[in-house]
Write a protein that binds this ligand. Structure first.
Ligand code: FES
Ligand SMILES: [Fe+2]
Length: 442
């Protein structure tokens, strides 16, 4: 349970709120670099935390991340022309470089006017095929975070954006909550298990996830946020083993789910709209462009499925999206023919339940269980962090050099699940690969 005040403290990211100030203290993933395009490509409008920005790549390849409204009289710079090292407002022709410096001011003859004004501009980095931005006070700019996907060449990483009409905290709660996986996503998990049986082996780990709906959860705070271990018992060759499946949450809104080849950010565009950014990667080899859709499909975020539901940059606002009036685009007929949810697998299922909770769900009357431990911890670290900023201190995790990781392993009898980290020598394996070989030495 969460009081109305704490709920709004956590969920309200709009301008002037404590959560807005807290989130601006981190490096935030803003949009895929592919959307920004080549030098002098058309400018792109981006909304973060209820505020609008324009992003462009200048003639030299440098990215500019500026407030959208021109500092002269507020016309949108998204209408502007990106040309010869900057962006020009089409209203009176003021031109700004990537630092926001006014380089031309055609409607002023006195040079002093040009040097007096500046368009607010923000530091950016390009990492893992995404533009990251720091929107906070310059004196508090933190070191750039340390996420595993940053070590990979860009051709091994695919990025997708998913628009969900729900507050970021709801979307993130769904991502850290392991107890829904074997229910909401049961069709997907069972079909994965069936596929491995066809390959001549049985994926006992995924089977166990589908069968054991109440794993023991244990949570541990870390520098970046927290780790959560789901502990399940599996039978192998007549013996029982305890398996820990460890996932991570990094402040302010990044999740490292079980696969160890995925990172997901619940980017708040505004209170009632999350633009999830999901990275999927191959540790060892490039993912050719023609395989993109296949990779996305296996994670439930294919262009085709999301486009048809208005959940991508291309179709958001142009195509009917899941909402209460259309029953979240659920196909009831398919539920009579084997589908558990009547929805396309994974993210459309997650999106439907998140949107159905309301734009900002009321957490005063929820009936929580030990199964909600990771959800409760997420709320706690977010609230702890925002309260630190309200007191004038640094938020949690901005200086963290610890690397968040998803991991899976056998817990030795009498040992703690944390020891799985100590036994791990090769971090660059997917969980599927680890599952395949988990019992090799047994
Ligand atoms: S409003 Fe942009 S130059 Fe006047
Ligand atoms: Fe889910």
């Amino acid at each position: 349970m969460l009081s109305h005040e704490d709920n709004m403290l956590m969920c309200d990211v709009g301008p002037g709120t404590p959560m807005n100030a807290m989130m601006k203290r981190y490096w935030l993933p803003a949009l895929p670099t592919a959307v920004v395009g080549a030098p002098d490509h058309d400018p792109v409008r981006v909304t973060l935390l209820g505020e609008d920005y324009v992003v462009f790549r200048d003639s030299n390849g440098k990215i500019g991340f500026l407030n959208e409204r021109c500092c002269h009289r507020g016309a949108s710079l998204c209408l502007g022309r990106v040309e010869e090292g900057g962006i020009r407002c089409i209203y009176h022709g003021w031109k700004f470089d990537t630092r926001g410096v006014v380089t031309e001011m055609p409607n002023a003859t006195d040079e002093k006017h040009r040097t007096r004004y500046r368009q607010p501009a923000y530091p950016v980095r390009e990492a893992a095929n995404v533009v990251w931005v720091y929107l906070g006070p310059a004196e508090h700019e933190p070191p750039f975070p340390n996420y595993p996907v940053f070590d990979l060449p860009s051709d091994r990483v695919v990025v997708q954006e998913v628009y969900i009409d729900a507050n970021y905290a709801q979307v993130m709660e769904g991502l850290v909550d392991s107890s829904h996986v074997g229910v909401l996503h049961q069709d997907a998990i069972r079909s994965r298990v069936a596929a491995t049986i066809e390959e001549g082996r049985e994926d006992i780990i995924n089977k166990q996830m589908a069968d054991e709906l109440a794993p023991k959860l244990e949570v541990e705070d870390t520098d970046f946020g927290y780790n959560v271990a789901a502990l399940r018992t599996v039978q192998f060759k007549g013996n029982s083993f305890e398996i820990a499946r460890i996932t991570a949450f990094a402040l302010p809104f990044i999740n490292f789910p079980g696969s160890n080849t995925t990172m997901i950010a619940g980017v708040p565009e505004r209170n009632g709209l999350t633009r999830m950014i999901e990275w999927n990667w191959d540790w060892k080899r490039p993912i050719p462009p023609e395989n993109r859709e296949k990779v996305l499909y296996s994670h439930g975020i294919s262009d085709e499925i999301l486009d048809a539901r208005g959940m991508t940059r291309k179709t958001y606002g142009k195509v009917e999206r899941p909402n209460a009036n259309n029953r979240y685009l659920q196909d009831r007929a398919s539920m009579h023919h084997g589908s558990f949810t009547g929805l396309p697998l994974f993210h459309p299922e997650d999106a439907a339940v998140s949107v159905s909770q309301g734009e900002i769900c009321d957490r005063r009357t929820q009936c929580l269980l030990p199964a909600d431990l990771a959800v409760v911890r997420m709320r706690r670290v977010l609230l702890d962090s925002v309260r630190l900023v309200m007191r004038g201190e640094a938020p949690l995790g901005v200086e963290s050099r610890q690397v968040p990781r998803a991991l899976q392993g056998i817990v030795n009898p009498g040992a703690s699940w944390q020891q799985v980290f100590d036994h791990t020598i090769n971090w660059t394996r997917s969980i599927n690969e680890i599952s395949k070989h988990l019992f090799d030495e047994v």
